[in-house]
Structure formats: C-alpha cells, structure tokens
Design a protein around this ligand. Structure first.
Ligand SMILES: [Zn+2]
Ligand SMILES: [Zn+2]
Length: 362
C-alpha cells in the first residue's frame, strides 16, 4: 500500500469520525404556529420557523391550547404548577427559562398531562434560542423559542385569549451545515486534491524523464549504427558470381535470391544481404539477422564512443608515490605544476641528497 493511499485512508477515517460526531450534534428547528381570535373576533394566524427541539425531545408534532404556570412563570416548584390536571383537551405549557433545570420544568408539565412544553428564553436574549439538554425529561415534545416570541404569547394568554398552538418539525441543522465546517471540509478537500495533483505531476515528470533518457540512448545507438554501416563492405553482384548462380544464397530479410547488378552488403560475420534490406534492419537492431553478430562490437564502434566520452572528461586522479611504504608526496596528474621540472627536483626520497643537490645548483 502506497504512502499516499495510507494518508488518504487516515483522512477518510478522520472525516468519518467527524461526520459521526457531528451527526450527534444535529438539531431540528421547530415550526410554531399560533392562532387566536383578536378583540374584533377575527382569527389571527401566526407562523414562524423559530423554535428548536430539545436534545431529548420527541421529534414529532404537538398541538393544544397554551397554558401558563399558575404562579412563577418559570414553571419550577412542586405540583400543581398548572391549572390543568388532564391531557384532554390537549394543552401546551409555556414556561420561561431559569430558576430550575429544563428537565424539572418539562417534567412538571408532563406530570399534569401537557402534550408539549415550550420554554422561552431569558429576558434580554431577543430571538435567540439554545439546543436544550434535558436528559431526565423525555417522551414529550419540548422546544425552545426566543424571549420576544414567548412574551407575545404570554401577553395574549395573560389577557385571557385562548391561543391554539401547533408545533411541527422544521429542518435539521448541525455542525456539517455550519460555515465553519464548510470551510474546514473545503480546506481538507483542497489539501487532498493538491496532494494528489502533486503526486501525479511527480510521477508524470519521472516517466517523461525516463522516456527522454531512453530516446537519447536510442538516438546515440542509431548514430553509432550509421557509423558502423558506413564501414561495412558493399559489393555489386556480377553475372557469374556464386551468389547469383546458387539457389542456396538468398537475402534473409526479403527472402529473395540475388540477381546480377544488385548491391549487397557484407557484414562482419561474412553474411550477405541486399544493401537496401539490411541497412534499415541494422539501424534498428545493429545485429546480423542470421547469426546475431553485433556489428558495433565487431567494428569496435561502441568502444570508440566510450573512449571519446572519457576523453571529454578526464578523471581527477591523484597519484601517491610511496617509498618503503611511506608516502612522500602527492601530485594530481592534472596539476599543471606537476610538469614543472624545478618543482619535481625539490622532491627526493633522501633528505641528504636534496641538500647536496641544492648546494650543487648554487
Ligand atoms: Zn533482400
Ligand atoms: Zn551473420
């Protein structure tokens, strides 16, 4: 398994983990519809997708007449909290956030038979809502709405208006639907794409490089073959030549017998072929079609090429002269000073002789 594949698998695992985590964070909005008769006996219908189902709420519809707690609008404390003690006709408790836990408020209404509980947010929070956690209160529809929406209904109910409410599922929302996650996923996608593109560019460049190297070597071999072909013996067959009279002689490339006047090429292995037949063959294969003899080797053309290449770049060789196993001096072969006779005279393997020599020169 390639490294890139491993990285991709790891990224997929991370993404699936994130998707799993975010699935747990998905919440549903609630559509809240209220209807009541106003002072002119005209039925008013209001509707908004402004609620959020609690984490432990039933995800289903609920409807009924809106009821407020008897005393504390926050609906905490011991029973009875509401002026109702039956589930029929269906009713919905409308309570304010605060004083006790969501579970306590919801359970208080549930015990007295509410079909659903609507918690409106604390004062000063406008239309904002939160995703309520109420793990101890379940099997009932519980949603949260904004403070201002809640207060409007509280005012109507407080004035003695019968407000009918219908709660319905809106749409799912979650981390994967938020801008932050969209950015995160886009960046992750971009990184994976960029990594894949880089990988493929690298692979393609590598292949292109090998292909070019192969083409260069092919061109070189072809030019060597041309050189070798130029050195092969060429003959024009005459009437009476052995090749034209005997049926045992035929060109192995075109499988035709030789006729007088045709031009033939004699290879280094003494095999004969039509010049026009063998030259394209040798350019491609450089060997005799019959005995596989390599004409480049036989004519020494490949050796010449190697020699000419090595002559172009002489190796940087250092020669060490050692006397009695002790190295005395080092002179690179390519060092121009090495050819200086004065300098050479200064290096002797006997120190005493060197003194004599310099004395003699004086
Ligand atoms: Zn032929
Ligand atoms: Zn041959």
């Amino acid at each position: 398994m390639g490294k890139t594949t491993q990285h991709r698998l790891l990224l997929l695992l991370c993404l699936s983990g994130l998707a799993h985590y975010s699935a747990a964070m998905v919440f549903w909005t609630a559509v809240v519809e209220i209807s009541y008769d106003n002072s002119n006996n005209v039925t008013v219908d209001k509707y908004c997708d402004c609620g959020v189902y609690g984490r432990n709420s039933l995800l289903e519809k609920a409807s009924g007449i809106v009821m407020l707690p008897r005393g504390d609008p926050k609906g905490c404390g011991s029973d009875p909290v509401y002026n109702r003690n039956s589930s029929y006709p269906p009713w919905i408790a409308l309570v304010k956030r605060g004083n006790c836990t969501f579970s306590e408020k919801i359970n208080a209404a549930k015990r007295q038979g509410a079909a659903g509980v609507v918690v409106y947010n604390a004062d000063g929070s406008g239309n904002s809502t939160t995703h309520m956690a109420h793990s101890e209160a379940f099997d009932i529809v519980a949603i949260m709405i904004g403070n201002s929406q809640g207060l409007q209904i509280v005012q109507l109910v407080g004035n003695g208006t019968d407000v009918q409410m219908l709660i319905d599922l809106g749409s799912p929302h979650g981390p994967l639907m938020d801008t932050y996650w969209i950015y995160f996923l886009s960046i992750a996608f971009f990184i994976v794409t960029a990594a894949s593109i880089t990988y493929f560019v690298f692979i393609s460049a590598n292949r292109l490089f090998s292909l070019n190297a192969h083409r260069r070597s092919e061109r070189k071999l072809k030019s060597e073959a041309k050189k070798a072909i130029g050195r092969l013996q060429v003959r024009k067959l005459k009437t009476g030549d052995e090749e034209t009279t005997s049926d045992s002689h035929m060109c192995a490339v075109c499988i035709e017998s030789y006729k007088a006047g045709e031009v033939v090429t004699v290879l280094t292995c003494d095999h004969i072929f039509h010049k026009v037949c063998i030259e394209p063959w040798l350019l491609e294969r450089r060997t005799c079609p019959m005995c596989k003899c390599d004409i480049l080797k036989a004519l020494g053309v490949d050796e010449e090429t190697k020699e000419s290449l090595s002559a172009e770049s002489p190796p940087d060789v250092t020669v060490i002269t050692a006397i009695g196993g002790q190295p005395m001096y080092e002179v690179p072969l390519t060092d121009p000073a090495g050819s200086d006779p004065e300098r050479q005279q200064r290096h002797y393997d006997n120190g005493a002789f060197e003194v004599d020599s310099s004395a003699g020169r004086r």
